[in-house]
Design a protein around this ligand. Structure first.
Ligand SMILES: Nc1nc2c(c(=O)[nH]1)N[C@H]1C(S)=C(S)[C@@H](COP(=O)(O)O)O[C@H]1N2
Ligand SMILES: [Mo]
Length: 158
């Protein structure tokens, strides 16, 4: 029993250490029509953007959840993005085009936490594009469902 506990503690320490070491890893690449041509952002850089929290239901979870992250338009403004389109890609190679106008019309966020807990890679994380679906009837449409990119890893501005 004691041995088992010790092994579990060791395993937990490994996981914890990995999570700490991973904090400086690049989690979002932005390319295309931005001031510097390319930006590689780690968790720390992303958490410096003004933090917003949004309460909404989603098409892939039960009930409503609280999402914490930053506004997509704050990120794009900060990087000097200019264009009509953002092409968002995910770790699972999902790719979708999103009109830039979505981000001025709606408070679309890039979430890094759900219900206070960091989004994990094996569950929609580390970043998930979340629309204020419950706040705007117009967003309750399949057209927008496609744009809720989970495991977001890359944005290309065009
Ligand atoms: N990373 C990633 N995000 C994604 C998808 C995907 O396959 N991968 N599917 C999109 C689609 S087509 C829809 S309708 C919603 C919900 O997807 P689901 O019905 O396959 O769960 O998430 C969107 N975001
Ligand atoms: Mo879909």
């Amino acid at each position: 029993m004691l041995k088992r506990t010790a092994r579990m503690v060791a395993a937990l320490m490994l996981i914890g250490g990995g999570a700490l070491a991973g904090q400086d890893d690049i989690i979002l690449d932005v390319t295309g029509d931005i001031t510097d041509g390319t930006a590689k952002l780690d968790r720390e850089a992303l958490q410096k953007l003004p933090q917003v929290t949004l309460e909404t239901s989603t098409v892939v979870t039960d009930g409503t959840h609280s999402f914490t992250g930053f506004l997509m338009r704050d990120l794009l403004d900060r990087l000097g993005a200019q264009g009509e389109l953002v092409i968002a890609s995910a770790l699972n190679d999902y790719v979708v085009e999103i009109p830039m106008s979505d981000f001025s019309e709606f408070d679309v966020i890039v979430a890094y936490r759900m219900d206070g807990k960091p989004l994990q890679r094996d569950d929609k994380g580390p970043l998930w594009i979340v629309y204020p679906r419950d706040q705007h009837e117009a967003l309750q449409d399949i057209r927008y469902d496609y744009r809720w990119v989970w495991q977001l890893s890359r944005l290309e501005v065009q």
